[in-house]
Write a protein that binds this ligand. Structure first.
Ligand code: PMP
Length: 359
């Protein structure tokens, strides 16, 4: 098409990065073993080397300190909404939840099931994060949970929230490995793989070692961090872990997370600057200070009837899935790690043409 590489909405797109130069034969014959990772025993030497390697590369990418465990688990980020309270709290304790969009709200609702005092310390309007001095953090909270990037609303913390000495737990599902993160500021980070680092089926959990071994008796064994610490208690998602490892290679080769962050910022800036210079044809609902670099929502405020046409015309040019989440409407461009800057430039060119035509 005239606009080149496809841009996609919030789909699982990490693997697009493997590109045509990837040795696809490797997928059926891993390292000359005659076997695909899909058919390997998870107890085999070959798979042991794959999972060890994946962990080492992730440790390198994020400079994960030695006193943190890295796990590759199943059940997605949603399972962690339960695993976190089941591992870190006892019945009757207090937890603080920063609610800044749909996912942090879901996490808070799930925590309600476990006999905790769930304190919503701040509640955003889905467009901004309430000012820090308005948060009502509890003095006795076991942890503070928040979502670093709200995928649906496009609200992203540009720096980790300041919660003093409280234990910070982060859902980084939709911006994991998109930027540098100081892991030592966190007690626990979890992230589903499928946005930025691999196919669905694996959730990465990074947890400080002193928080292990405290799970409640009723915690399902597959969620108990102490039991799952080597990710090999039961059959792990071998294939997904292997694919993540290839993505970690790619990210390291491309200059690590500092380079990735710069590129992702540049990509997002291109789209937001089209919105901001459109003489109000487009609007970005989210406050500038928390605009997401991963999910860029925008609307056509004075002519909302054109939004359907925008999505349809873009799709004809190969730029698909730009419709905003059903709960918020408008458009949303999800520009995860795998979206090349050319794809973003193409969308920007289309946005400009569309605005010129309809202004
Ligand atoms: N948290 C965030 C920020 C997400 O974007 C998602 C999925 N889109 C989830 C949690 C839920 O993840 P999963 O589907 O892997 O359970």
């Amino acid at each position: 098409t005239a606009y080149g590489p496809h841009i996609r909405g919030d789909s699982q797109q990490a693997l697009l990065l493997l590109g045509p130069e990837f040795d696809w034969a490797e997928l059926l014959n891993w390292n000359g073993s005659g076997m695909s990772v899909m058919e390997m025993s998870h107890r085999s030497k070959a798979f042991m080397s794959i999972i060890t390697d994946a962990e080492q590369k992730l440790r390198q990418l994020l400079s994960i300190p030695d006193n943190y465990k890295v796990m590759f688990l199943q059940g997605g980020a949603t399972a962690q909404f339960s695993a976190v309270p089941l591992n870190l709290t006892s019945h009757g304790e207090t937890v603080d939840q920063l609610v800044t969009g749909s996912w942090s709200k879901k996490a808070a609702q799930e925590a309600e099931k476990y006999g905790l005092k769930v304190n919503v310390a701040c509640k955003g309007d889905n467009k901004s994060v309430p000012a820090r001095d308005s948060w009502k953090l509890s003095s006795d909270a076991t942890y503070v949970h928040y979502c670093d990037n709200e995928t649906i609303q496009g609200v992203e913390f540009h720096t980790a929230p300041d919660v003093g000495d409280a234990l910070l737990v982060a859902d980084m599902s939709s911006n994991f490995c998109s930027k540098k993160v100081d892991v030592s500021k966190f007690g626990l980070i979890y992230a589903g793989a499928q946005k930025n680092i691999g196919p669905a089926g694996v959730v990465v959990v990074i947890v400080r070692e002193d928080l292990m071994g405290k799970a409640r008796d009723i915690c399902p064994v597959t969620m108990d961090y102490e039991t799952m610490k080597d990710s090999l208690y039961n059959t792990p998602p071998c294939w997904s872990i292997y694919m993540c490892s290839l993505m970690f290679d790619f990210l390291l080769e491309q200059g690590g997370l500092e380079a990735r962050e710069q590129l992702n910022q540049k990509k997002a800036d291109i789209l937001y600057s089209i919105v901001d210079s459109s003489n109000d044809f487009y609007a970005a609902p989210v406050h500038e200070s928390v605009r997401s670099r991963m999910n860029v929502p925008f609307i056509i405020p004075s002519k909302p009837e054109l939004e359907k046409e925008f999505v349809a015309e873009a799709a004809k040019l190969g730029m698909t899935e730009l419709k905003g989440h059903r709960s918020v409407g408008g458009m949303r461009a999800s520009i995860y790690n795998s979206m090349p800057i050319e794809g973003v430039e193409n969308l920007a060119a289309f946005m400009k043409d569309f605005a010129d035509k309809h202004s």
